[in-house]
Design a protein around this ligand. Sequence first.
Ligand code: P6P
Length: 336
Amino acid sequence: MSRVSLSRYLIEQTRSHNTPADLRFLIEVVARACKEINHAVSKGALGGVLGSMGTENVQGEVQKKLDVISNEILLEANEWGGHLAGMASEEMDNAYQIPGQYPKGAYLLVFDPLDGSSNIDVNVSVGTIFSVLRCPDKYVEQTGSLDEKAFLQPGTEQVAAGYAIYGPQTMLILTLGDSVMGFTLDREMGSFVLTHENMKVPTSTAEFAINMSNQRHWEEPVKRYVSELLAGEEGPLEKNYNMRWIASMVADVHRILTRGGLFMYPRDAREPEKPGKLRLMYEANPMSMLIEQAGGAATNGSQRILDIQPESLHQRVAVFLGSKEEVERVTGYHQG
Ligand code: P6P
């Protein structure tokens, strides 16, 4: 079978699904930027890019050098093309305004430039997560600054979502709203090649992912559910479960997209004012779109994540996503 590159896949999608040329261009630019990030990440100590900047981002998290480098790569790759009305990133307090010398376009790009960056210094897989929205007409002006309200759209409004995972293989996982496709980077040719068509999350699973060290801080429905998972075949679920926790959402979600599973990051009592740790706009929403497109489910414990109306750019959310059977079970426990 002839190799299908990302470019060819996007052209064929344009013919079969009328994918707008600007969206095709946007995905190509993001993919190219991810190749550049992959190159920087893979240098490690040889590139002098490990360690921290000694600064904190808007989340109050220590910024790794590669967090900042990855953010700059995505900004510089996307600001000049005329396909974006603006960008937003985990690493920036406010939305990024397209510089005046460049034309603006119809889309908004929201991203976590390097998710799981606490794993970089210990050489564990990390990734880039991105989400694409249309900019509402009332905010698309060629002059003047973009109002951040333009970004505050529920996840159902995403026109595309994906991630790059920098692991043993470098892969790009993408949905344009109709199935999930996986592309593996051919490092010799420098192109992403279609290797995983129509990825699916099995409805049931025997594997869950959660940071167990937070157990004493969870709410009761999560404590009940996880205790049932741990009880295995002697317990009410009558099945033994395995556990994984990579502490890199991209890596955990990629495993689930590849072989099923359940990923949980519930809210906890450590910071009761926060609805969760993970961010809605550039972690939970794009991952939820991918998981749903692959036949899985994603809730915050009480509602579908993609239906949540954002109120702020860096809003946090509890996340339960993956194999539908288990997401429905743990969500059901929250209903009392
Ligand atoms: P913890 C990485 O910092 C991240 O945002 C996700 O990629 C990951 O799933 C989670 O946080 C890990 O959190 O509390 O286990 O370190």
